[in-house]
Design a protein around this ligand. Structure first.
Ligand SMILES: *[C@@H]1O[C@H](CO)[C@@H](O)[C@H](O)[C@H]1NC(C)=O
Ligand SMILES: *[C@@H]1O[C@H](CO)[C@@H](O)[C@H](O)[C@H]1NC(C)=O
Ligand SMILES: *[C@@H]1O[C@H](CO)[C@@H](O)[C@H](O)[C@H]1NC(C)=O
Ligand SMILES: *[C@@H]1O[C@H](CO)[C@@H](O)[C@H](O)[C@H]1NC(C)=O
Ligand SMILES: *[C@@H]1O[C@H](CO)[C@@H](O)[C@H](O)[C@H]1NC(C)=O
Ligand SMILES: *[C@@H]1O[C@H](CO)[C@@H](O)[C@H](O)[C@H]1NC(C)=O
Ligand SMILES: *[C@@H]1O[C@H](CO)[C@@H](O)[C@H](O)[C@H]1NC(C)=O
Ligand SMILES: *[C@@H]1O[C@H](CO)[C@@H](O)[C@H](O)[C@H]1NC(C)=O
Ligand SMILES: *[C@@H]1O[C@H](CO)[C@@H](O)[C@H](O)[C@H]1NC(C)=O
Length: 376
């Protein structure tokens, strides 16, 4: 279920006077090309994504070493935002500040497989009715309608209720309302479509209502942090023991980005197995980890590292296509004005934005995650 905003890239060019076209640059000169990305390194955040940093670093090294991609440029990040809580809604206003980030493109993998997988699971278990409780954050809201529709198409009764996100929301009250007013229509299967903080509060409320296995079943996203139910950033009236009782039988659903053939080379030159080895060796390199932000405890392997690694390759290949087009005086079918040099990334520019957008949407390849990263 990799629909988190796990990697947000916004591109910034350094203020150079030329585009790096073959023959233009003195030998050995590299034009720095910066992008930013956001990730959560605070151990108390809803979703700690620090584990993608070593994968991003590995991708950059491979890309910058490869003379057939973005030749003349050196891709790197420097303005990295280490957000406490990775949330599209909290990040968006900042990223929308055009003066700070004149041109940015966000990447996140498609969650397209999630809805059919969910419906397949429910159907496979022979369940006929599902109630979906959704936290109103774009991450979860985007699933809500497709889920209800897909369930209904499969002949399964699906109903949903959403509640506001934010620290002041009393999730226990939301749960009690849904139950007391029978909004759930006596449904016994619940999908908690929410961050772990809210899920912790919801589970406590269900516990207090004596609603647990085997009379009730719960499904949650699989990407919550290890031991998430102990995270006391959200206070609840349940002990750890209560919560563990409640959570004893819970289904977690996660889409794992795994290459089908682990010994076939990917675009990076590495096979999925080789990637895994090199990724883990970075995670075990204390000296390297200590230089990164956040406590060393947040650096553990996560599935998102695979998609982050592939996303970096998409970005590099997409920009490479734009660079080649600009150098060849081609527009990739964009008619946003005269063809501009790449360095005009410094300014808000429709033509370059259109070309990058086009180019990224044309990018597809075999990656370690076996996914094609979709762009918006
Ligand atoms: C990041 O890159 C920008 C653009 O070149 C530069 O102005 C800025 O100083 C860099 N920041 C850091 C922390 O290196
Ligand atoms: C740059 O390198 C290429 C081949 O590596 C060589 O043919 C060319 O003469 C060099 N140009 C300069 C200006 O050194
Ligand atoms: C990149 O090239 C350098 C120099 O050839 C090499 O030391 C380094 O290991 C390479 N990096 C990767 C990730 O292959
Ligand atoms: C409750 O579920 C039944 C089917 O199990 C359905 O006929 C009825 O319309 C539902 N009621 C509401 C209010 O959705
Ligand atoms: C949760 O409760 C503990 C102990 O009662 C308190 O120290 C802590 O500040 C509370 N946290 C929040 C987020 O309210
Ligand atoms: C996996 O890839 C390797 C290397 O390309 C190839 O030899 C092997 O036949 C592939 N296995 C399958 C099951 O396709
Ligand atoms: C360099 O990148 C290209 C993709 O543009 C890829 O086909 C090739 O395998 C890479 N080369 C190496 C040595 O990794
Ligand atoms: C680039 O193409 C445009 C038309 O698409 C043409 O007017 C212009 O002269 C070309 N520039 C160069 C340097 O070839
Ligand atoms: C980028 O492409 C998508 C469709 O692929 C389109 O919906 C979007 O408006 C485009 N954005 C820009 C800035 O051109």
């Amino acid at each position: 279920m990799d629909f988190k905003l796990f990697l947000s890239t916004f591109l910034l060019f350094s203020g150079v006077a030329w585009a790096a076209c073959p023959g233009d640059l003195p030998n050995g000169t590299l034009v720095p090309l910066y992008f930013g990305f956001m990730t959560a390194v605070d151990p108390h955040s809803d979703y700690v994504l620090a584990g993608i940093i070593p994968a991003v670093d590995l991708a950059l090294e491979l890309i910058n070493n490869n003379t057939s991609i973005l030749s003349g440029y050196e891709l790197s990040y420097n303005d990295t935002i280490y957000d406490a809580q990775v949330s599209y809604s909290s990040a968006a206003p900042m990223l929308s500040d055009v003066s700070l980030y004149p041109s940015f493109f966000r990447t996140y993998p498609s969650d397209g497989n999630f809805v059919p997988a969910f419906v397949g699971l429910v159907r496979g278990l022979g369940w006929k009715r599902v109630f979906i409780l959704t936290e109103e954050s774009p991450l979860f809201v985007q699933n809500e309608r497709p889920l209800v529709e897909a369930l209904s198409e499969a002949g399964i009764y699906g109903k949903s209720h959403s509640f506001l996100s934010g620290p002041d929301v009393d999730v226990a009250e939301v749960v009690r309302d849904v139950i007391y007013k029978n909004e759930h229509n006596n449904t016994h299967i619940f999908f908690l479509n929410m961050y772990s903080g809210k899920a912790r509060a919801a589970f406590c409320a269900f516990y207090r209502l004596n609603m647990f296995y085997p009379n009730y079943a719960f499904i949650i996203p699989g990407w919550y942090q290890t031991g998430w139910w102990n995270n006391d950033a959200v206070n609840v009236s349940c002990s750890t023991r209560d919560l563990q009782t409640q959570l004893d039988r819970v289904l977690i659903l996660q889409q794992l980005p795994v290459a089908l053939n682990r010994s076939a080379p990917t675009i990076s030159g590495l096979t999925a197995d080789e990637f895994d080895t090199r990724y883990r060796s970075r995670l075990n390199d204390r000296e390297y980890i200590n230089r990164l932000p956040g406590p060393p405890s947040v650096y553990y392997p996560i599935p998102d590292a695979l998609t982050a690694f592939d996303a970096l390759w998409s970005l590099a290949l997409g920009l490479d296509r734009v660079q080649r087009a600009v150098c060849a005086n081609e527009t990739l079918g964009c008619n946003g004005g005269p063809l501009t040099e790449l360095e005009d990334f410094m300014y808000y520019n429709d033509q370059v934005e259109c070309m990058v957008n086009k180019s990224l949407s044309m990018t597809g390849f075999e990656g370690v995650s076996n996914t094609r990263v979709h762009y918006q």
